[in-house]
Write a protein that binds this ligand. Structure first.
Ligand SMILES: C[S@@+](CC[C@H](N)C(=O)[O-])C[C@H]1O[C@@H](n2cnc3c(N)ncnc32)[C@H](O)[C@@H]1O
Length: 226
């Protein structure tokens, strides 16, 4: 595979035949957590990042114009699930960074606890993202908010968490699954309404990309807090 650095911090591009892949530098060399391949590149171990399993990978491959996550950043990740995307963000922010990985499902949190024992920059938080006041003493201010909760009121969840935890000028990645918001409306209408809600609440739209063919009726929206 031919590998080169991408224009984004800590993210590499690999070419396997006609297929372009993303990779990150493995924070825990020799260990993998999912079905990724580990590849040695100039003495550094890289992990392949599957766009079918991570909306952030899908968004980057679909040319999201900015990925404002860098080494040392603090991330509040809402809807971490088993931690697939979280582990890649953990690679990008490296040891100096930190991720508060929040989910309300005990089953997935259990897996994330095992991962966090190996990856010291992930802190699992078992909580309901609808109730940020219940974890305000456990979570610090974040450079980046990442939200992928697939809930009807996900824009509201983003706004109230950003108010409490996102630094001024901080960025929020917002994965929108149209069918989770309203099955009766067209996906495009749902996406626009969700974005309008953020704009009315003081966010600036940086980019929006559709996640086809990796995810049906999903977009990744990147906004900045004013
Ligand atoms: C689509 S999955 C997230 C996948 C994950 N972001 C990834 O890329 O690996 C959505 C997750 O959000 C969690 N979730 C949904 N509503 C939530 C809430 N109100 N508070 C916390 N977690 C929530 C679910 O338990 C589920 O694990």
């Amino acid at each position: 595979m031919q590998i080169k650095e991408s224009k984004f911090n800590g993210i590499f591009l690999g070419q396997r035949g006609r297929r372009t892949l993303l990779l990150t530098e493995n924070l825990t060399p020799g260990r993998k957590f999912f079905d990724e391949d580990l590849i040695n590149h100039k003495g550094v171990e890289l992990r392949t990042w599957n766009p079918d399993r991570s909306k952030l990978s899908a968004a980057i491959l679909n040319r999201l114009k900015s990925v404002p996550i860098k080494e040392g950043d603090v991330i509040l990740y809402l809807g971490s699930s088993y931690g697939t995307t979280c582990t890649y963000v953990s690679d990008i922010v490296k040891e100096k960074g930190f991720i508060f990985a929040l989910d309300f499902a005990p089953r997935v949190m259990r897996e994330l606890v095992f991962i966090s024992q190996v990856r010291g920059n992930i802190c699992p938080v078992l909580a309901d993202a609808n109730r940020p006041e219940t974890y305000k003493d456990k979570v610090s201010k974040a450079d980046v908010l990442y939200i992928d909760v697939a809930q009807r009121n996900q824009a509201e969840i983003l706004i109230k968490n950003a108010k409490l935890f996102l630094k001024d000028k901080g960025y929020a990645f917002f994965a929108i699954k149209a069918r989770s918001v309203d099955v009766t409306k067209s996906p495009e209408k749902v996406f626009q309404e969700e974005i309008n809600t953020l704009l009315k609440n003081g966010f600036k739209l940086i980019d929006k990309v559709n996640l086809r063919p990796y995810q049906k009726d999903h977009v990744m929206v990147l906004v900045q807090k004013n």
